[in-house]
Design a protein around this ligand. Structure first.
Ligand code: THU
Length: 163
């Protein structure tokens, strides 16, 4: 039987960072600050990512590029890998991401496919959702309740488990 299926994702959009809670504003400000630490001499595209842990700790990330281009890594993965490496069993609550884009200032920027896969991995591992806050130079903020919202039908470890 052929049926039409639909996947829908809802998220909140804010016209300005000032509409967010104080805690979220603080985390996004940290992501903005972190974008200045990006090592992006090739793309000149600066991204900062701040991961808030359940313990209150904030783990920093920014994109790190390399002359051998594929060896570089996005800000989101730098931050999440650092969080997992340094605080293995502490849940991640929120990741705030800021892309200092001059070129696409009107358009929101969202994580690449590989980052989404990594974000979902930790969310599934900890069995608790990780909120995602996205912001770019246009100053609009988008809030997703879960990394899975950014990667519907994600592949995760359950697919590897034998019966
Ligand atoms: N980049 C990120 O750090 N995060 C994103 O969400 C998109 C892209 C980085 C990777 C690379 O250093 C530069 O931005 C251009 O792709």
């Amino acid at each position: 039987m052929k049926e039409n299926q639909t996947i829908s994702v809802s998220y909140l959009s804010y016209g300005n960072i000032s509409e967010l809670s104080d805690a979220d504003q603080l985390l996004l400000s940290k992501a903005i600050e972190l974008s200045n630490d990006a090592y992006a001499p090739y793309s000149e595209f600066h991204v900062g990512a701040a991961v808030l842990l359940k313990s209150g700790e904030v783990v920093a990330g920014s994109n790190q590029e390399n002359a051998a281009y594929p060896s570089g890594l996005c800000a989101e993965r730098v931050a999440m890998f650092a969080a997992s490496a340094n605080f293995r069993d502490v849940d991640m609550e929120t990741i705030a991401i800021y892309a200092a884009s001059e070129t696409t200032a009107q358009k929101q920027i969202s994580p690449c496919g590989s980052c989404r896969q990594v974000m979902v991995e930790y969310e599934v591992k900890q069995a608790n959702n990780v909120r995602v806050l996205l912001m770019n130079s246009s100053k609009e903020v988008w809030e997703f309740n879960s990394c899975k919202d950014l990667l519907p039908l994600a592949f995760d470890f359950t697919a590897l488990k034998k019966q």
